[in-house]
Design a binder for this molecule. Structure first.
Ligand code: B1M
Length: 213
């Protein structure tokens, strides 16, 4: 197998044997983020496909998630960094009912490496916790992540609750179950502030930069 195929296979098989050595070799050829978005994401997509096909069980998908997390942790120190964290403060959360956090945590890494102060509220964050934290932390923007189909609906509810709490900060939403269309037609109308859809973590950074400038 090629290096790229082996990297995808670690994720699919949920195995870490040889992972770090191969990641180190990949760093000689690629930027850290390209390793994540390329072979590692290809592995994760395959995991999603196999899981959907009932060929993997949740425990096995968890192993894959562990490999992804270990890989990101190894690659993170090799990413380009800005010294400042003065561009703005962004609060991140995976919405109520959803435990998926690999994408959100990647967004945190990208934003904090690029000059943002990030407050990460974690997973399964209900609107009331988000509202309370917004009042306490006074962020410049709120980022919501969700991968389940029901999480897209949960984002609509969250936007409604934020609006009711008189919060109109920009919101950035992302995650597999969302689309730009859903964001524009279903979330935006329920909210007073700007709602932006980010297709991936780098796009999230671009949107944050555009907003803060
Ligand atoms: Co789950 N899961 N999972 N899972 N899981 C999906 C999402 C699913 C599509 C798999 C499938 O069936 N094909 C499916 C959802 C189906 C649906 O709703 N239509 C699914 C399911 C069904 C479930 C459970 C219900 C399974 C069960 O228990 N029966 C359960 C849900 C539990 C819950 O949330 N209440 C569950 C559990 C799990 C694990 C715990 C085992 C594990 C998560 C571990 C963890 O996160 N700590 C897991 C995993 C790993 C996946 C897949 C395989 C991979 C997700 C992932 O980490 N991708 C996923 C299938 C898939 O997506 N292909 C699947 C890598 C990550 C980097 O990408 O998160 O998309 P992603 O983030 C991207 C962009 O979306 C974007 O940027 C990132 C990359 O640059 N982005 C943002 C994300 N958030 C953003 C926020 C932003 C900006 C950009 O700004 C704020």
């Amino acid at each position: 197998l090629s290096l790229e195929e082996r990297l995808a296979r670690y994720v699919v098989e949920g195995s870490k044997d040889g992972l770090i050595e191969d990641l180190a070799a990949a760093l000689q050829k690629y930027a850290p983020l390209d390793i994540i978005n390329g072979p590692l994401m290809a592995g994760m997509d395959e995991v999603g496909r196999l899981f959907n096909d009932n060929q993997l069980i949740v425990a096995e998908v968890l192993q894959s998630a562990e490999v992804m997390k270990a890989s990101v942790a190894f690659l993170e120190p090799h990413m380009d960094k800005e010294d400042t964290n003065t561009k703005g403060k962004i609060m991140l959360a995976t919405v109520k009912g959803d435990v998926h956090d690999i994408g959100k945590n990647l967004v945190e890494i990208i934003l904090s490496n690029n000059g943002y102060q990030v407050v990460n509220l974690g997973i399964k964050v209900p609107p009331e916790v988000l509202i309370e934290a917004t009042r306490r932390e006074k962020p410049d923007m709120i980022g919501l992540s969700g991968l389940l189909v029901k999480s897209a609906q949960q984002m609509v509810i969250t936007a409604q609750d934020l609006k009711e709490a008189n919060i109109d900060l920009p919101i950035m939403v992302g995650g597999a179950a969302l689309t730009r269309k859903f964001t524009e037609t279903r979330i935006s109308p329920e909210y007073d502030g700007v709602v932006l859809y980010a297709k991936d973590a780098m796009n999230g950074l671009e949107l944050a930069n555009r907003l803060m400038n």
